[in-house]
Design a protein around this ligand. Structure first.
Ligand code: PAF
Length: 281
């Protein structure tokens, strides 16, 4: 497994793959890898000849009061896991390489009408930072396919739209969310949770599952379904809610009437840890 740091080495590596006519899958990550990431790697290996995983804790997607400095950096453990999975290369660039013009001077990429909804309200910088980074990654590594988890469903939808709008010839593959045994969606930030918080956090999935069950029992009011989720979580003091909505999976606009295929999206805080989750009806 190659570890690529410089843009020059990366371009050379990528050109060699293209010359051989091999298909290339990219799995963008911020490291601190877990089974969720590994499921993306396995899907890329299933669909592509060569798999590259990028590991970069992207400063532009963190707000000034967020956990950029504290975000777990576990390169040694990540490399061992990726080697075991048979990954071909890790791309681990420096901030200077990704952002040669720092801060506000850098070219921005954003998807206005989708980036200001939901997570974009409490994290206004987040999706712009993700789009800045992912568009740069796609230029350094012109893969055939890139793999993202459905856990951050808004991020996945925004990236699909960015790629369409900017005519970037990469197929975006959304992969199913992977859960802990207690139902909590896997996330690198779960390691911030204490033991009791980890148990409480599983209520998020329980509340979503109950709402889905209500839908299949005949409840089609989106207002009633999302109110039930909120009250279950707030009543028991499990979580400080950020948002809870039922949306169209393509436009991300809220749906008044629940229908099969619509997406429940929730975000909230357990102590100091912000968690998101999603479930399809
Ligand atoms: O989902 C993530 O881990 C990050 O937002 C991503 C897509 C790797 C961009 O930094």
């Amino acid at each position: 497994m190659k570890i690529l740091h410089s843009l020059c080495d990366t371009r050379h590596f990528v050109n060699e793959i293209k010359k051989k006519g091999l298909s290339m899958g990219l799995v963008p990550t911020m490291g601190a890898l877990h089974e969720g990431h590994l499921s993306l790697v396995r899907e890329s290996k299933r669909q592509c000849d060569v798999t590259i995983v990028s590991i970069f804790v992207n400063p532009t997607q963190f707000g000034p009061k967020e956990d950029f400095k504290a975000y777990p950096r576990t390169m040694d453990e990540d490399s061992i896991l990726l080697k075991k999975e048979g990954v071909d290369a890790i791309f681990s660039p420096s901030s200077d390489d990704m952002y040669p013009q720092d801060g506000l001077a850098a070219t921005q990429v954003f998807v206005p009408e989708l980036s200001t909804l939901y997570c974009g309200v409490s994290r206004p910088h987040f999706f712009n930072g993700v789009c800045m980074l992912v568009s740069r990654l796609f230029h350094c590594i012109p893969a055939d396919k890139a793999f993202f988890g459905e856990k951050d469903f808004q991020q996945l939808t925004i990236i699909k739209k960015m790629v369409r709008d900017l005519l970037i010839p990469i197929h975006i593959v959304g992969c199913p969310l992977i859960r802990e045994k207690n139902g909590l969606a896997m996330s690198s930030r779960n390691r911030y949770l204490s033991g009791p918080e980890f148990d409480e956090a599983s209520r998020l999935y329980l509340a979503l599952s109950e709402a889905r069950q209500s839908f299949y029992n005949g409840e089609t009011s989106s207002h009633i379904l999302t109110t039930r989720i909120r009250s279950l979580l707030i009543r028991n003091g499990y979580i400080n809610m950020d948002y809870c909505v039922l949306v169209n999976p393509v436009t991300l606009q809220e749906e008044a009437v629940a229908r099969k295929g619509a997406r429940l999206l929730v975000a909230g805080w357990i102590g100091k840890t912000r968690l998101i989750d999603t479930l399809m009806l």
